[in-house]
Design a protein around this ligand. Structure first.
Ligand code: AMP
Ligand code: FE
Ligand code: FE
Ligand code: ZN
Length: 281
């Protein structure tokens, strides 16, 4: 069984439609795939339909943008939650609205030095998609400023760049609580991705665990080796679910489908703990 529980379509910052992503998952030989777009679930229906046609197992998911009390960005994966649970929807809407204002501010700053505009960025973002820096990166590529997304993130769009603007988002422990209330299973995404920027202090892990954290995404290319060891130890001590995934974004990132996978027993635990929506495996 090859199970990949973290992928993005063009409903957020991936480059393929949800259906095309599922087709790629089938071609890559995956047995089960989760769609985990940033801060929304509009890709679930088309992805589920294509998965059914192709006989691929499908797990509806989402990746929630959070910010810890120290201002550090945290990504929380949610699996099998009820997509109509209003308190969670309210937080997601706030976050997506804040993302639009923040993206506009980044573009304003960039426009002082580079030939990019809000219109150009929108040409690279599907209507209604969760906007983020990857769409701004695509505009920089189209304008001939950057070679690809990765190069744009290495300098102009880095969180250390002078053009960077942060945006407010829900606290990680609060998001964990909301996901559980919605019947979902919360899993901390790439918790030790030290190359992307600062990672959270241990206190944030403990707050999330106290709030009901279900698991940690350990097998992910962005976690440091040292971080993975630490996480394995934490998971053993706190009886957390362990996942491994690609964080595929189509051609937007180097990450390939199935480059990391999750053990079937771990997926079984996710399904058993959930009550928000059905898995089709
Ligand atoms: P934002 O949510 O706007 O802060 O942008 C962060 C998103 O950018 C993450 O969800 C990643 O998928 C994406 N990202 C981060 N680093 C890179 C990179 N080097 N190349 C392509 N995409 C990246
Ligand atoms: Fe992303
Ligand atoms: Fe993430
Ligand atoms: Zn992701």
């Amino acid at each position: 069984m090859r199970i990949d529980l973290h992928t993005h379509s063009n409903v957020s910052d991936g480059t393929q439609t949800p259906s095309d992503l599922i087709r790629s998952a089938a071609t890559a030989g995956l047995d089960v795939v989760a769609l985990t777009d940033h801060d929304q679930t509009t890709g679930w229906a088309p992805a589920a339909e294509t998965a059914k046609e192709l006989g691929v197992g499908f797990i509806p998911g989402m990746e929630i943008t959070c910010q810890d009390p120290n201002g550090i960005s945290v990504h929380l994966l949610s699996y099998l939650h009820d997509p109509t649970y209003q308190p969670l929807l309210d937080e997601l809407e706030l976050s997506r609205d804040a993302r639009i204002i923040r993206a506009q501010r980044i573009v304003e700053r960039l426009a002082e030095d580079y030939p990019v505009s809000w219109d150009l960025v929108n040409e690279h973002c599907q209507p209604g998609a969760t906007i983020g820096r990857p769409h701004i990166a695509d505009a920089l590529v189209a304008a001939g400023v950057s070679e690809n997304r990765n190069e744009a993130f290495a300098n102009i769009l880095s969180s250390r760049s002078k053009y960077y603007v942060a945006h407010p988002a829900v606290r990680p422990a609060e998001a964990v609580k909301l996901v559980r209330e919605a019947g979902g299973v919360p899993v901390f995404a790439h918790p030790k991705a030290s190359l992307r920027g600062r990672t959270v202090p241990n206190s944030t892990f403990y707050e999330m665990i106290d709030a009901g954290l279900g698991g940690v995404e350990i097998h992910h290319r962005d976690n440091s080796e040292e971080g993975k060891e630490w996480l394995l130890d934490l998971a053993a001590k706190k009886n957390l679910i362990i996942t491994g995934s690609s964080d595929y974004h189509g051609t937007g990132k180097l990450n390939r489908l199935g480059e990391n996978v999750t053990e079937p027993e771990m997926l079984q635990r996710i399904i058993q703990e959930s009550s928000g929506t059905q898995a089709s495996v």
